[in-house]
Design a protein around this ligand. Structure first.
Ligand code: DAU
Length: 344
C-alpha cells in the first residue's frame, strides 16, 4: 500500500483522509483524483499541495480511460474511493448525477481494479440500511433498505463492490460511515449550514420536528477507521464506522448555538425533507474487534466543528456567496416563506 489513488480526495472526508494518511504514512505516495465539483475543492488541501508525494489529477470517476491511465502511470496499488455525490437534498432535487457518479463511477473503478489487479476500498454510508427503528443498531449483515436516491445509489455501489469480490475474487473492503462532522465540510450539510447561518445571524432551518436521530461522528475517527480496515480488514468484508451513539437534530443544533454563543430564537422549524429517515444507528463492534475505537464523543465533535467554522471564515465565505446561493434559494426559500409549522 505504497501508492494510493484517492478518488474524491478534494471532498470533505477525502481531504481529511489524505491529510491524515500523509501524516501517518509519509513514505507513501498519494494521487488525488477529483472532478472538482462544487464540493470538491483544491482549498481543502491548501496546506499540502507543496508536498512532493501528493499530486492531483482532475477527472471524473466515470471516465474509464482516464482512471486506467492515471493508475498505470502512477503505478497505483490501492484505490480508496470517496468520490460521490453525497447530499440527500441535492439527490431529491436532481437525482440522475447520483447514479452516474456513485454507481457508474464505482463500477468503473472496479473494472480498472480488476484489469490492473488492484485492491479497492470503497467508502459507503449508514444510509444504505435505511431508517432504523428504536432499539436496533444496524450490523453489517443487515439487508440494505435505502430510501433516498442518494442512499439507493450508494447501496447499488456497495452491491457491485461485493459482487466483484464474489465473482472475480477482487480484493475489496467497504466501510459504512455515520454522519461525519469536522473541517472542510460543505455548508449544504446540517452542521456547517447551521454553524455558518448562526455566525451570520441567519435562522437555522430545522426540518420537521427536529427529533430525527443521527450519530454525529468526528471525521478523524472515520479516517482511523478506514486506516484500520486498510491495514487489518478482511477482504470482501464490510465495516461500520461511527460512535454507536446518536442524538436528535435539535440537540445538535443546541450544541452549535451554545458553542457559538447564539440564541435558540434562531431555530426555525420548516417543512420536512421528503422521505426523511428518522433514525440511523450502527453497531461498530466489528471494527472495534480490529483494535479501532473512536476518540471523540459526538457532542464534542459537533462543538469542535462549529468552532472550526467560526475560526475559518476564509474557507466558507466564498462558497456561501457563490453559486451556493442559488441552491439555498431552491432548497429553502419556500420553506422559510411558509408560516413556521407549530413547535413540537
Ligand atoms: O449518515 C451518513 C450520511 O450523512 C452521509 O452518507 C451523507 O453523505 C451525509 O449528507 C449525511 O446525510 P444526512 O442527510 O443525515 O445529513 P445532513 O447533514 O444533510 O442532515 C443531517 C440531519 O439534519 C438530517 O436529519 C436532516 C437534518 N437537516 C439537514 C439540513 C441540511 C435539517 O433539519 N435542516 C437542514 O437544513
Amino acid at each position: 500500500m505504497k501508492k494510493l489513488l484517492v478518488t474524491g480526495g478534494c471532498g470533505f472526508i477525502g481531504s481529511n483522509f489524505v491529510r491524515y494518511w500523509l501524516a501517518r504514512h509519509p513514505a507513501s505516495k498519494v494521487v488525488v483524483y477529483d472532478k472538482l465539483t462544487y464540493a470538491g475543492r483544491r482549498e481543502n488541501l491548501h496546506d499540502l499541495w507543496e508536498t512532493p508525494n501528493l499530486s492531483l489529477v482532475v477527472g471524473d470517476v466515470a471516465d474509464l480511460e482516464l482512471v486506467r491511465r492515471t493508475c498505470q502511470t502512477n503505478e497505483i496499488d490501492l484505490i480508496v474511493n470517496f468520490a460521490a455525490e453525497t447530499h440527500v437534498d441535492q439527490s431529491i432535487l436532481g437525482p440522475l448525477v447520483f447514479t452516474e457518479t456513485n454507481v457508474r463511477g464505482t463500477h468503473v473503478l472496479l473494472e480498472v481494479a480488476r484489469e490492473l489487479g488492484l485492491r479497492l476500498h470503497h467508502v459507503s454510508t449508514d444510509e444504505v440500511y435505511g431508517h432504523i427503528p428504536e432499539g436496533h443498531q444496524s450490523v453489517e449483515t443487515d439487508p440494505l433498505a435505502p430510501r433516498s436516491p442518494y442512499a439507493a445509489s450508494k447501496a447499488a455501489a456497495d452491491q457491485l463492490v461485493q459482487a466483484y469480490f464474489i465473482t472475480y475474487g477482487l480484493p475489496v473492503t467497504i466501510t459504512r460511515g455515520a454522519n461525519n462532522v469536522g473541517p472542510y465540510q460543505h455548508p449544504e450539510k446540517a452542521v456547517p449550514l447551521f454553524s455558518t447561518n448562526a455566525i451570520l445571524g441567519e435562522v437555522l432551518p430545522v426540518y420537521g420536528d427536529g427529533r430525527q436521530m443521527r450519530d454525529y461522528a468526528h471525521v478523524d475517527d472515520h479516517c482511523t477507521g478506514i486506516e484500520t480496515v486498510l491495514l487489518r480488514g478482511e477482504m470482501g468484508e464490510v465495516y461500520n464506522v461511527g460512535t454507536g451513539r446518536e442524538m436528535t437534530n435539535l440537540e445538535m443544533v443546541e450544541i452549535v448555538l451554545e458553542t457559538l454563543g447564539k440564541d435558540r430564537s434562531l431555530i426555525r422549524h420548516v417543512a420536512d425533507r421528503p422521505g426523511h429517515d428518522r433514525r440511523y444507528s450502527m453497531n461498530v463492534d466489528k471494527l472495534r474487534a480490529l483494535g479501532w475505537a473512536p476518540n471523540h464523543d459526538p457532542r464534542q465533535a459537533v462543538a469542535e466543528a462549529a468552532r472550526w467554522y467560526a475560526d475559518n471564515r476564509w474557507w466558507w465565505e466564498p462558497i456561501r456567496s457563490g453559486e451556493f446561493r442559488q441552491y439555498y434559494e431552491r432548497q429553502y426559500a419556500e420553506r422559510l416563506a411558509e408560516r413556521a409549522p407549530p413547535k413540537p
